[in-house]
Write a protein of this length. Structure first.
Length: 235
């Protein structure tokens, strides 16, 4: 059953990976896809450790609750996680010869984000399922389906945005675009976190609809960014 939960936790990432790899006109070597996926998974505990330290650093400080919440959700979680996923690509593949087209930046960031999400999903299954009940299988599939359509997709889209700005930096020589991408993706990531919290795990209709709208708009934008990179590079 343990291996089953691990496989189920990784499944959403593999499905999204198969979808987005089709966006690459020149498929990347499997070796680097696997390596980046693994580094993305390694980035998850790194991000968690940084989040723990940063959140702990503001405890006890006489700061307004609005400021604390902004720091926690948008900076300590959103931007830290986006930076750690970027770091996996920066260290693992950006300086390799296979990193030779602008869309590669988006593809590899997506792969990193999916590795990150895979570990998150596995941990969520072990944390939220009651392995002592007969309803374990149904409960695990419900959590997996929900995360496939929400948090895993969020990681895909936010990572894609960072990948776009990495491409603008690496292939077009534009300045300060990577920090800009991390700021934008981190802000959207933080907005998702706040909305999800307010939705009470998607039990409340209004914030849930806003989450769906946010993800839909991000998906449309990311699709446009893919084609913009292709157009700008080959024109």
């Amino acid at each position: 059953m343990t291996l089953g939960l691990v496989a189920l936790g990784v499944l959403p990432s593999l499905v999204w990976l198969s979808i987005y790899l089709k966006e690459d006109d020149h498929p990347e070597p499997n070796k680097f896809i696997i390596k980046t996926f693994f580094l993305g998974a390694v980035a998850a505990p790194l991000a968690a450790g940084l989040e723990f330290l940063l959140i702990g650093s503001v405890k006890g400080l006489a700061l307004p609750s609005v400021l604390v919440n902004f720091l926690v959700f948008f900076v300590f979680i959103g931007m830290v996680e986006e930076y750690c996923k970027y770091l996996a690509v920066r260290l693992g593949v950006e300086r390799k010869s296979v990193f030779d087209e602008p869309t590669d930046a988006m593809i590899y960031l997506i792969v990193s984000g999916l590795g990150f999400a895979a570990l998150e999903n596995v941990l969520a299954l072990f944390h939220f399922t009651d392995r002592g009940t007969a309803a374990l299988v149904g409960q695990a599939f419900e959590i997996t389906a929900l995360r496939f359509l929400s948090s895993t997709l969020l990681h895909v889209l936010a990572s894609s945005i960072v990948g776009y700005y990495l491409a603008r930096s690496h292939f077009f020589g534009e300045k300060l675009t990577v920090p800009k991408g991390i700021l934008i993706a981190g802000f959207l990531h933080g907005a998702y976190n706040v909305l999800t919290l307010n939705s009470n795990s998607f039990q409340k209709i209004s914030p849930t609809l806003i989450v769906i709208l946010l993800l839909a708009l991000m998906a449309v934008w990311v699709n446009a960014l893919f084609y913009k990179l292709k157009r700008d590079f080959f024109k």
